[in-house]
Ligand binder design. Sequence first.
Ligand code: HEC
Ligand code: HEC
Length: 204
Amino acid sequence: MMTRKTALSLLMGASFLMSGTATTVMAADGAALAKDKCESCHGENGNSEKKVPSIAGFSAPYFIQTMEDYTDGERTGEKFKTEGEDETDMNAIAKALSADDLKALGDYFAAQTFVPRIQEVDAALVKKGKRIFRKCKKCHTDEGANPEDDASILSGQFMPYLETQIKQFVSKDRKSHSRKMLKKLKKLDDEDISAVVNYLASPK
Ligand code: HEC
Ligand code: HEC
């Protein structure tokens, strides 16, 4: 015969299992969300072939911070239209996601591999940019390829995007979380910016 204690623990076990199942069913599925809501612009697994940045391999903390910056309006995303869909921007896209969605998407993209884009670069600018990038290495390690910096992945990123972001930091249209970076970016003229962008896009 079952003792009261066993019956109780069995019951508790059953409800624990049930709530466990319920959480699994309700938890956001990062891969499915990415396919449904991000792939049309950011490409399969977050490696974009469009005029938008790639986001594959970003660290989850940088990803979440960035999405929160779009939600709070600290960053204004450029409007973008993909074939067969309405024009939208990252602020509207980020606002429509729950905290659970963000966590699932952050984990999903962090587990993908960033594929550097093949882009045409100017050899003289690459050389100049490599020198300028010495000022950036403290925070952007592995020549800007290390997601663990929690400062995006710069190496192999879409060139026009990199250029726009640097100019937006300087004009304060995008708020930087790093005052030290801003001090360094402010010293760059247009050719320096172009050089550093060419360097970042060059194969390493
Ligand atoms: C309609 C096209 C479009 C869709 C759909 C889209 N994005 Fe974006 N995304 C962009 C564009 C354009 C940018 C560059 C925005 C800017 O100017 O800041 C961007 C930028 C980003 C960035 C910042 C990248 C960086 O280097 O800091 C992240 C993160 C991001 N998107 C995540 C997502 C996620 C997650 C989804 C799906 C839930 C998504 N995006 C859906 C177009 C899109
Ligand atoms: C003191 C640390 C630090 C230094 C030095 C630094 N950065 Fe950054 N950088 C960051 C952080 C942190 C971010 C994440 C974005 C933010 O600040 O909101 C970032 C983001 C960026 C981005 C935006 C990436 C994206 O995907 O949107 C670019 C481009 C960039 N840095 C370029 C540079 C360049 C070029 C230099 C050197 C001239 C440099 N940074 C020096 C810390 C630094």
